[in-house]
Design a protein around this ligand. Sequence first.
Ligand SMILES: Cc1cc2nc3c(=O)[nH]c(=O)nc-3n(C[C@H](O)[C@H](O)[C@H](O)COP(=O)(O)OP(=O)(O)OC[C@H]3O[C@@H](n4cnc5c(N)ncnc54)[C@H](O)[C@@H]3O)c2cc1C
Length: 439
Amino acid sequence: MTSVSADLPVVVIGGGPAGLMAAIGAARQGIHTVLLEKGDRLGRKLLISGGGRCNVTNARGTEHIIANIPGNGRFLYSSLAKWSSDDIISFFTTLGVQLKEEDRGRMFPVTNKAMTVLNALLGELSDLDVDVRLLSPVSALDYEEGGGVYRIDLHGNGYLRANAVIVASGGCSAPETGSTGDGYAFAQGFGHTLVPPYPTSVPLVSSDPLITARHLQGVSLRDIVLTLYDPRGKVATREEGDMIFTHFGLSGPAVLRVSQYAVKLFQKHPDAKLKLAIDIMPAVTREQFLENVWGRIEEHPRRGFKTIMKDVAPERLVEAALRIMGFASDQLAAEVGKKQLEALYEFLKEFPVAISGTLGLERATVTGGGVGLQGIDPRTMQSKLVPGLFFAGEIMDVHGHTGGYNITVAFSTGYVAGAAAADYVRVGRAANTCPTKSF
Ligand SMILES: Cc1cc2nc3c(=O)[nH]c(=O)nc-3n(C[C@H](O)[C@H](O)[C@H](O)COP(=O)(O)OP(=O)(O)OC[C@H]3O[C@@H](n4cnc5c(N)ncnc54)[C@H](O)[C@@H]3O)c2cc1C
């Protein structure tokens, strides 16, 4: 059945955190708002974010947040000045969601359930009478020149006409959640440039014999430091945190942070093998290590050296290091000399793994690239090319590390775009004002 709706003031495309917050931002200005989501549920990616607990934002403030958004963080100064992480925290607290701060400033609901966050957003949409339409995939977006109206095609199921449209259809990572990059074509249709999407915050792949032989699969390391080298041996990045060895390579928070640098190096040097060095004991000095292990050797000279080392570093990692360094598998503690110990210390401080690639966009946490920022006004998220068109969230060429930074981008740009779109339909322009904070 083909149907045509009457003109609508604001239509939001996409029911992720950016679209949900955009709809709230517009509706709180008293503007009738329609939210179109192609799936049968809202916030699917939000529900799996932060390990299913939803890392809603980061409490360490704007400078810290921008420093953790290596993909064009500076574009967000204006948006975060209007709708900051403090505003996000107040927003949820006012809606009855208790939040708690964990390591590195990460904020989670006290319930540890992303559903708590989503339910709060859905309740607010309902209170504001936002017209939510599920199973409504947008297939095309056109601007009716002269009419000041957008035509939004609903995939053979009629079309809508709106004065302002906010495209919040996400990137194209984890496509099973509905984010399949549909909005890129809409933006390009209006002359916006597209920075080709690439995976970020993505596990690293290794063809190193250590990995292929699966000697280390499942070994997890806490508070390590990773150093990634470029093909010329220069340090590309150094990141700290936790990691885990998998059957194909490496994953975990520190690895995801390294990955965006690896992706960029592989774009330039597709056949390179990049050296990643793991400092498995960054807080331990050479003297401390030698004194500790030497003391154990003197205490138990007839024990196997491997056994002595069990309490110093993860067993399977030590076994691998000793094998690579040519220690005999049954070497006694008393047979280990000081030179060998020093060499072992160096090895454990720079445990090398050859990285041959990354997993693809479908396994990435975040999409790098997207709608080019030179075409978007950072104060309002409005297109600089056509009036009344706005963008919010991961569809834009912005990407952060994991740690609540991407969801902060989605919420902040979403709210600012929603409020600016409401201004646009009310007064004919997206005023650069501070959105009303009704809490
Ligand atoms: C496993 C995982 C864990 C994550 N953990 C974290 C974390 O801990 N911290 C963090 O900050 N970030 C995390 N992220 C990233 C974060 O979830 C995203 O950056 C965020 O969801 C982006 O929000 P968005 O609204 O821009 O896009 P999305 O959440 O992708 O939402 C886009 C929505 O638009 C809909 N849509 C798409 N095309 C159309 C169309 N044509 N018509 C109608 N609707 C459409 C989609 O169905 C989807 O619902 C994680 C991501 C994943 C996959």
